[in-house]
Design a protein around this ligand. Structure first.
Ligand code: UDP
Length: 239
């Protein structure tokens, strides 16, 4: 198989859940190290990588932990959780010799640089991984939407949505053994069939801007690299 990547620049969306591994919350160090090793392999192919990290493993604005709270306050807490994940990810990258920068959509300048688009693009061009924390910086949004937004701002070739499942299925494969994985899917199909790709805001944004999404499993060893090499892995959601 060719080792030539089909993408020059990708936006990788990692959910907070991806960092949990088998734990029920928080950051599982071994899992983070394994994900970083996969990201490093792809970086070594010359692919420029921007990451949007979620925060659901620590705090979710619409979760029971936030019940009774003012929604915007809970969402700001969720965004701060993503910054913690970004820091954990950066630290694991540093330990594996992968140079990265964290940019936060909320200013917390002792901890992370603020989001500055041209600077982020410059880092990518220099071969550094850029990790975007704090989502869009706005409550009532999700990190899926941040991934769509930053993907477009970075002029990424594709948004890679890393999940626990290896693509989009006709039904929940855990509950229905007859569920079939889509290899390809249009945005309109995904929206009309209410398939779980990304939330509706993120999907609509990607559709309007012709930004394709590849859904794949981060728990399947080597899947990220296979996607980048153009192999049939996960599901491509396209216009
Ligand atoms: N969040 C937000 N605005 C954003 C991104 C995230 O308010 O632009 C908050 C929201 O409360 C969300 C939490 O941060 O529930 C964690 O993000 P998300 O649920 O997208 O993380 P993931 O599911 O990817 O782990």
């Amino acid at each position: 198989m060719s080792q030539t990547p089909i993408y020059k620049r990708i936006l990788l969306k990692l959910s907070g859940e991806a960092l949990m591994g088998e734990d029920s919350y928080g950051i599982n160090r071994a899992t983070v190290e394994r994900i970083v090793a996969e990201v490093k392999e792809v970086a070594e192919l010359g692919v420029q990588i921007a990451v949007v990290i979620g925060g659901g493993n620590i705090f979710r604005g619409v979760a029971p932990a936030a019940a009774g709270m003012d929604r915007a306050t809970a969402d700001y807490m969720g965004m701060l959780a993503t910054v913690m994940n970004a820091m954990a990810l950066q630290d694991a990258m540093r330990q594996q010799g992968l140079v990265s920068r964290v940019q936060s959509a909320l200013t917390i300048q002792q901890v992370a640089e603020p989001y500055i688009r041209p600077k982020a693009i410059q880092y990518l061009e220099e071969g550094k991984v850029v990790i975007f924390g704090a989502g869009t910086g706005n409550p009532f949004f999700t990190t899926d939407t941040a991934a769509a937004l930053r993907g477009m701002e970075m002029n990424a070739d594709i948004v890679m949505k890393a999940t626990k499942v290896d693509g989009v299925y006709t039904d929940d494969p855990k509950k229905n053994p007859d569920a079939v994985r889509y290899s390809k899917l249009t945005f309109d199909e995904a929206i009309s069939k209410n398939l779980k790709v990304m939330d509706a805001t993120a999907l609509a944004l990607c559709r309007d801007q012709n930004m394709n999404i590849r859904v794949f499993s981060i728990f399947k060893a080597g899947a990220l690299k296979r996607v980048v090499l153009g192999e049939d892995e996960g599901t491509l959601v396209h216009c």
